[in-house]
Every structure is written in C-alpha cells, then in structure tokens.
Ligand binder design. Structure first.
Ligand SMILES: [Zn+2]
Length: 236
C-alpha cells in the first residue's frame, strides 16, 4: 500500500469529461490546437487556445505576469476546474480535478471557445509535462503543435519537417547565388554592348551572349533596380 507522503495530491478525474493529468491531456490539447476548419484555418477553439499560448510566450513564459491585470481571463481560467476533496483508502485524501459545474458551456451545446480554451489552459498548466508542449512547427507548410519527446527543445515537429526546411533553405540559397551570378554576367555583357558594333538593342545583345539570360529577366532586373540601363557608346 502507498504511504500518504507518496500519494499525489492532485489526481485526474475518471469519466468521460474528466482530465487524466498525464500526457493524455496534452495529447488532447495538441489535437485541439491542430484542428482545422473546411478552409484549412484553425477552428475557433484552436484559435482561442493558440491565443493563450501566444500570450504566455509574449510574457517570456511567465504565467504570473501573463495573468497580471487580466481580470476576466484569470477568472475564466481559475474557475474552469476545481479540486474535489476525495478520501483515499489510507489515512490521507487527494484532490480530484473536475470541470467546474458552473461551466455550463459544456451542456448548453454552444461551447464558447474562450471558456473551453480556459479549461484546457487550466488543465495544461497543472500538467507536470506542460513544458513538453511545443510549436508551432517552424516548417512553413506544417505549423503543427507537438509534444517534445526528449528534453531537447526542437523547432520542428518531426525529422521530416526539419529536413524539408533545410532543403528549402538550401534551395533558396542556391537560387540567390544563381541570381547574383546572372546579374553579374548581365552587367559585364551590357558593358561590352556599349562599345560593340551591333544593331541589337542591349537586351538582345546580352541575351545572345548569355543564352540563359532572357530580355524579360533584364527588364525585371532594371525595374527592381538591380541593373542600370546602359547607354550606347558611353563608358561606365
Ligand atoms: Zn512539422
């Protein structure tokens, strides 16, 4: 038999609506955070929870600071659940976490997102593994919330997202390098055009000299201020 001192003070409440106060609760919170509507946008409930997490983040993870002066929010979170005193079979008792009976938003059918979000937040912040909740995943096409597996904080929900992001950064760098190289070759060819014996305009001339550089590319580069329109016969 467990001694009183070893018994957790706060336990989850069994039952359909109850919270388990272990990782299963965090799985539920994660699931809610990642829920999307028909337009692939976060559902109203997901948005409400995301807003709370973002607020906490903007306070540097200082929950006390986050709640400071936030009367209504604090009230909603505070009263979302309560600890019911339950005697155990040994000398002690424990508190069982129960959704607040005042939280009529559960039974009236029309769940108010901010109130249910407050309940999730209440339960989450009591969870011993609350710090394991991470996200959104940094890969721009993912953005999922996830639970960290080890102690190391990672910005990506999976190895796959990390690899996709690295590949994308690499591709971008490659493209930037390629673009810079094209500009340099275009500039050199345009310089040659100034003194060249040709009837071609400068764009056609550059294009003939550097077949991968199209007149369209040159027009865009001039419009963006990356290249200057050369003048015939004039030294740079
Ligand atoms: Zn991801």
């Amino acid at each position: 038999m467990r001694r009183v001192g070893e018994q957790p003070v706060l336990k989850g409440s069994p039952g359909e609506d109850g919270w388990s106060l272990d990782r299963r609760d965090l799985d539920v919170i994660c699931f809610v955070l990642n829920e999307k509507d028909d337009q692939d946008q976060p559902t109203p409930l997901a948005r409400a929870v995301i807003e709370l997490l973002e607020r906490l983040e903007s306070c540097g993870g200082n929950l006390h600071k986050m709640m400071n002066g936030q009367g209504l929010l604090r009230h909603n979170v505070e009263t979302a659940c309560f600890g019911q005193w339950v005697p155990s079979k040994n000398r002690g008792a424990y508190l069982e976490l129960q959704p607040s009976p005042k939280a009529d938003f559960r039974v009236t059918g029309g769940i108010r997102p901010e109130l249910f979000a407050a309940e999730l937040f209440h339960v989450g912040t009591l969870n011993p593994e609350w710090d394991k909740l991470a996200g959104p995943c940094k890969w721009k096409h993912c953005g999922k919330y996830f639970l960290l597996k080890g102690n190391r904080r990672t910005a990506y929900c999976s190895r796959r997202c990390c690899q996709l992001s690295a590949a994308s950064r690499c591709r971008q760098k490659c493209l930037q390098r390629e673009h810079a190289d094209k500009l340099q070759r275009a500039e050199e060819a345009a310089r040659r055009w100034r003194t060249a014996r040709t009837k071609d305009d400068w764009k056609a001339f550059v294009s003939k000299q550097e077949p991968d550089i199209t007149p369209k590319f040159l027009t865009r580069a001039v419009n963006k201020g990356e290249l200057k329109t050369p003048t015939k016969g004039q030294k740079p």
